[in-house]
Design a protein around this ligand. Structure first.
Ligand code: COA
Length: 259
């Protein structure tokens, strides 16, 4: 565990990652990125963990973007290298278990992009989201120009990216930038409830579902349908499928083991 990232294993198969730089609005610096990559690497192989939740420490911010201090004096080549080596956004998106962003406050720039690389976003009604990079004379560099239009549509994405304006949680929910908005004092409880619900499902099916939905972004429909059928048939070889069907037919609760 590092000082800038708390990693907690909670009951019910859920791991909670908390970016821990509250005095800097949990801005993403190199140390945080490195710690996040390390944590994902460990959690990937940890069979006790079936779902990951990402949040920010304190009450003000989820993550207020990349650490702007680190931009000073960087050459284009240095910046490009840093972005390609250990891309936390891709690592989050391709992580084989569900990841939920628990958005507790400012969710800006790289923070908004990291939340979009998660599978699901649950936001406090006090959260504010946006892509303010244009105010710094740059553009989103963690996938914002690609993932935001896919989530909210091109017009809304361009409005956010070109104006740098923030939106409140309700508006973010209305346009599909977040999936659920809850009162701030219920954010943790509701997010963990959702995480535990998912963690009770079969891990191979969870991974398959995530891979198929992600594949829909890069595949034409006919190829995507073939990809889905492949996974569907493969799941018939799992003990989890036998367990799920047997549990349903015998009117009992299923216990999935990931085999
Ligand atoms: N990078 C580095 N430091 C950041 C930061 C970032 N992205 N966001 C906030 N901080 C730091 C501030 O510099 C300040 O540090 P200091 O106390 O040493 O001066 C501290 O966090 C608190 O932020 P502050 O601006 O005083 O809080 P606020 O409540 O007035 O405003 C924000 C909060 C989030 C609106 C404001 O900090 C902000 O606009 N941050 C930058 C957002 C951004 O442009 N992100 C995209 C980066 S590419």
């Amino acid at each position: 565990m590092s000082d800038v990232l708390k990693v907690e294993k909670l009951d019910g198969g859920v791991a909670l990652l908390t970016v821990n730089r509250p005095d800097k609005m949990n801005a993403l610096n190199g140390e945080v990125r490195c710690a996040l990559l390390g944590a994902l690497d460990e959690l990937r192989d940890d069979d006790d963990v079936r779902v990951v939740v990402l949040t920010g420490a304190g009450e003000k911010a989820f993550i207020a973007g990349a650490d702007i201090k680190e931009f000073e004096g960087k050459t284009p080549a240095q910046q490009h290298r840093a972005m390609v080596r250990g891309n936390i956004y891709s690592a989050m998106e391709t992580f084989p278990k569900p990841v939920i962003a628990m958005i507790n406050g400012y969710c800006l720039g790289g923070g908004c992009e990291l939340s979009m690389a998660c599978d699901i976003r649950v936001a406090s009604d006090r959260a504010r989201l946006g892509q303010p990079e244009i105010n710094l004379g740059i553009i989103p560099g963690g996938g914002g120009t690609q993932r935001l239009p896919r989530l909210v549509g091109e017009g809304r994405a361009l409005k956010l990216i070109l104006s740098g304006e923030m939106v409140g949680a309700e508006e973010a929910g209305r346009i599909g930038l977040v999936d659920e908005v809850v009162p701030a004092d219920q954010l943790r409880e509701r997010t963990l409830e959702l995480a535990r619900e998912m963690a009770s499902k079969g891990p191979i099916a969870l991974q398959a579902a995530k891979e198929c939905v992600l594949a829909s972004r890069r595949m034409p429909l006919d190829e995507g349908l073939k990809f889905e059928r492949g996974w569907f048939a493969l799941l018939f070889s799992t003990k989890d499928m036998e367990e799920g069907v047997d549990a349903f037919l015998n009117k009992r609760e299923a216990h999935f083991t990931g085999e």
